[in-house]
Design a protein around this ligand. Structure first.
Ligand SMILES: C[S@@+](CC[C@H](N)C(=O)[O-])C[C@H]1O[C@@H](n2cnc3c(N)ncnc32)[C@H](O)[C@@H]1O
Length: 216
């Protein structure tokens, strides 16, 4: 006797660590608000990455630094405690709230709710710190990001941090190809550091590098 065909399998339940989202456009603050509000922040390291700690010890002077798209901004308190004139900005109210909680009362006023493309620093910048901001934005926006980095940094200043390399179709994070990063940055910057990263989160592991680029 032949057995009746098995009933179709029920749809797989969503992975417990991936809630469903209404906001789909990472160019909008609502996209990031929803992810912070639902506690889905796989890019969030929960502390200061090792290479930034080392870098802070290597730099002379007390630079003025901007952290665009800061998320929880753990780096802000660390850099302020080192004496740096650091400001962290994010356009998502939920990210700003998370950052103010993370940095505590002492540095809360260094967290500013602002859009990177409009923000005007109070003082000339020595450094922009990059982590998971470029890769948070659709590839079509990257020329605008690079142009704004170049606009905000005077000659000799640094763009330093973590860059995510991949050719994945879906994001964020949207990975970049090395040639594409060079095409974006070499009109305005010269690469002065390019190193493997040893403390990556799973979402970036094996595909991120610490880089520093000096403004021409
Ligand atoms: C993937 S998260 C990274 C957060 C943080 N840099 C980190 O390393 O944890 C990207 C952040 O960029 C912010 N963002 C995206 N576009 C922005 C814009 N135009 N201006 C300011 N912040 C922006 C988002 O709100 C989000 O908090």
């Amino acid at each position: 006797m032949t057995r009746p065909p098995a009933p179709p399998a029920p749809p797989a339940p969503p992975a417990p660590d991936a809630p469903s989202f209404g906001a789909r456009d990472p160019r909008e603050p609502a996209f990031w608000d929803e992810r912070f509000d639902k506690g889905f922040t796989p890019w969030d390291l929960g502390g200061v990455p090792a290479r930034l700690r080392a870098f802070a010890g290597e730099l002379h002077g007390l630079p003025t630094v901007l952290i665009p798209g800061c998320g929880s901004a753990y780096e802000l308190a660390f850099l302020c405690q080192a004496g740096w004139n650091a400001t962290a900005i994010d356009f998502s109210p939920a990210a700003v709230a998370a950052a103010r909680r993370a940095v505590g009362p002492q540095w809360q006023d260094r967290v500013v709710q602002a859009d990177f493309f409009q923000y005007q620093p109070a003082a000339p910048l020595d450094l922009i710190y990059e982590r998971a901001f470029l890769c948070a934005l659709p590839r079509a926006m990257w020329p605008q990001v690079a142009a704004r980095w170049a606009e905000l940094l005077p000659s000799g200043a640094l763009l330093a941090g973590y860059f995510f390399f991949d050719n994945n179709a879906k994001g964020p994070p949207f990975g970049i190809a090395r040639e594409q990063l060079e095409a974006l940055l070499t009109p305005h910057f010269r690469c002065v550091a390019d190193e493997a990263v040893l403390d990556s989160l799973p979402v970036f592991e094996g595909r991120e590098r610490w880089m520093a680029w000096r403004r021409l």
